[in-house]
Design a binder for this molecule. Structure first.
Ligand code: GDP
Length: 195
């Protein structure tokens, strides 16, 4: 997709700060360091716009990026950061759960997973939450360039199995390094806007 315009809109810490223009929203979830910021930067073709989401203490921020004045990418805080306190974990859980259950413009969650590793407990919990709230999911297995092509299928199969991946959900192989999957992911986003 051709990117004509990207705007970082807000780091929202409270629901009243979320945009009110009702443009479709696609949220990105994944553990810290999985490659979420790199993926956003690749999707929007802006090298440094998405900052790294993995700093502890930022567990309540939802970063909103408006793309081509038509869609929001919403960056969730990275989870699974070891040094985050119990209270911060709880805050994260409450904020995300409220968002997932209440947020009308939310069209889909892109669940970002490192293709090299089995999903973490937190990844599985996130997928279960998404299914509980009946939110469409696209699992994005990223860092595909880090393993040989011949192993992609085996890794993807194992990840889907561990998550309990449901028919109807989507999957894309991605690499922020090579751009693999970028167009496929925009196609899925654009299809989902029409649903
Ligand atoms: P975040 O914490 O999820 O936002 O992760 P970052 O986007 O900051 O990425 C974490 C690290 O993984 C950085 O060193 C990135 O350069 C690297 N990385 C992210 N995506 C890819 C990818 O697709 N391929 C490769 N080879 N490295 C990646």
């Amino acid at each position: 997709m051709k990117i004509t315009n990207v705007e970082f809109v807000i780091s929202a810490v409270k629901p009243h700060q979320y945009p009110e223009d009702a443009l479709p929203e696609f949220a990105l979830a994944g553990r810290s360091n999985v490659g979420k910021s790199s993926l956003i930067n690749k999707m929007i073709m802006r090298k440094g716009l998405a900052r790294t989401s993995s700093q502890p203490g930022k567990t309540q921020q939802l970063n909103y990026y408006r793309v081509n004045d038509s869609v929001y990418l919403v960056d969730f805080p990275g989870y699974g950061y070891a040094r985050v306190s119990k209270a911060q974990r709880q805050q994260f859980g409450e904020m995300i759960e409220t968002f997932l259950s209440d947020r009308k413009p939310l069209k889909m969650v892109l669940l970002i997973i490192d293709i090299r590793h089995e999903p973490s407990k937190d990844d599985c919990l996130m997928y279960d939450w998404l299914k509980h709230y009946e939110i469409p999911v696209c699992v994005v297995t990223t860092k595909a360039d880090k393993i040989p092509k011949s192993k992609w299928d085996k890794h993807v199969k194992a990840i889907k199995q561990a998550l309990g991946f449901r028919g109807g959900d989507r999957h894309v192989l991605f690499s922020s390094e090579t751009g693999l999957g970028r167009e496929a992911l925009w196609d899925i986003i654009n299809e989902q806007i029409e649903v």
